[in-house]
Design a protein around this ligand. Structure first.
Ligand code: FAD
Ligand code: DHB
Length: 391
């Protein structure tokens, strides 16, 4: 099998890249180790930055998002039993975000790819990338019980944190920056209308909690839990009781309960792999970097990477110049590090570390008070949350 761009992974990064290349008249093949149902149901991100929304629309993949997505103009910060709203458009010159689940973005892109795009092979597991530093890199993969080889002009590793692409970059050329956190998120889906019309990020002495949503009738909620927690060790009633405590306010706000339909725990980590390119192998999305989910940045960063790659390759096809491909890694990493910083700051602002000292607790509250009283602080958060511009 032969193609111009071999794409490993059909998460948001790989699927959007295939679509962008198709629109630019460049052929590709996508290899995905899981089956279609798994990829379409995997619960993850919920928030699309303004820039991501614009990219999906321009790629011809925004129709259902525009019908069913929920535009949000702000979030609420909750701490010390008080509520403070951050108004995005007022602070950013009109920017907002969209609540539209990653599952739905993937469903839309898969349907488009199968209808109009190049091959998208499910249950096709990439085993290794070979010849990354030559003009004809290859992906060895297994599909329908047989081993095969995909001959490419370029390979893009969109295979997430646990993928194989990154391993093809020699260790001596690589620098890894990492931080793990001593807590994770227990996430639930519940068949109950969200108890607030915007997301609520709560800091509490017992730990962080987040109220989000998937639709006007489905809530998505998260609780900070100790690292290594088993989701099954929390009963439904214990989860609701704990959420209620962490969202408590001095006014008459109430958390509505409903049947829990999914429960899982996500670990938290920050991780950056530099560089994001070796020869004709490029890394995009979670394959190159991970952020803790507090800033809602992971999917949006993945979108930025593949837009940068698609532009660079279209430039090469149009002009014969490798200039943009050569600066791919540096261009992406500038934005990646801003998102890493933002996600780290949101995480340390809102979570309670197991060994936090009374001094650290007071500093955390002072940071929240500053957000609630200084426009400059609010503006910084609003700009980061609605998204750093693509270069
Ligand atoms: P992935 O989605 O991980 O896709 C990689 C794909 O590659 C997978 O389909 C995998 O099966 C496939 N694959 C792996 N290995 C191979 C192989 N060897 N061969 C073939 N295929 C392979 N981000 C946000 O922007 N906003 C949010 O609100 C947000 N909330 C989150 C909440 C949670 C609980 C979690 C866990 C994440 C959240 N994120 C959020 C992060 C976001 O989900 C990820 O950053 C995003 O999925 C990255 O997309 P990706 O395509 O790079 O990687
Ligand atoms: C969701 C996830 C996040 O990480 C976040 O910051 C906001 C919302 C969500 O899944 O809805």
């Amino acid at each position: 099998m032969r193609t111009t761009v071999g794409i490993i992974g059909a998460g948001p990064a790989g699927l959007l890249l295939a679509r962008l290349l198709h629109n630019a008249g460049i052929d590709s093949v996508v290899l995905e180790s899981r089956d279609r149902g798994y990829v379409e149901q995997r619960q993850r991100a919920g928030i699309l930055e303004q820039g991501t929304v614009d990219v999906l629309r321009a790629a011809g993949a925004g129709a259902r998002m525009d019908r069913e997505g929920l535009r949000h103009d702000g979030i609420e910060l909750r701490f010390a039993r008080r509520r403070h709203r951050i108004d995005f458009p007022a602070l950013t010159g009109g920017r907002s975000v969209m609540v539209y689940a990653q599952t739905e973005v993937c469903k839309d892109l898969i349907a488009l790819q199968l209808k109009e795009g190049g091959p998208l092979l499910f249950e096709a597991e990439a085993l290794a990338v070979e010849g990354a530093d030559t003009d004809s890199p290859r992906v060895r993969f297994r599909h329908e019980g047989r081993e095969d080889v995909l001959e490419c002009a370029y390979v893009v590793g969109c295979d997430g944190f646990w993928g194989v692409a990154r391993k093809a970059i020699p260790e001596e050329l690589t620098q890894v920056f990492e931080r793990t956190y001593p807590f994770g998120w227990l996430g639930i889906l519940a068949d109950v209308p969200p108890s607030h019309d915007e997301l609520v990020y709560a800091r509490h002495d017992r730990g962080f909690a987040l109220l989000s949503m998937r639709s006007p009738v489905v809530s998505r909620l998260y609780l900070q839990v100790p690292e290594g927690t088993d989701a099954g060790s929390w009963s439904d009633e214990e989860i609701w009781d704990e959420l209620e405590r962490r969202f408590e306010t001095d006014d008459d706000w109430r958390l509505a309960r409903g049947p829990i339909t999914a429960k899982s725990v996500t670990p938290m980590r920050s991780h950056v792999h530099e560089p994001m390119r070796h020869g004709r192998l490029f890394l995009a999305g979670d394959a190159a970097h991970i952020v803790p989910p507090t800033g809602a940045k992971g999917l949006n960063l993945a979108v930025g990477d593949v837009v940068t790659f698609a532009r660079a390759l279209a430039h090469r096809e149009g002009t014969g110049s490798d200039a943009l491909l050569d600066t791919y890694s540096q261009t992406c990493l500038r934005r990646v590090w801003q998102a890493e910083r933002f996600s780290y700051e949101m995480t340390t602002l809102l979570h309670r570390s197991p060994g936090a000292t009374p001094f650290e607790d007071r500093i955390q509250l002072a940071r929240l008070e500053r957000l609630a009283s200084a426009r400059a602080a609010e503006q910084d958060l609003a700009e980061g949350y609605t998204g750093f511009p693509l270069e």
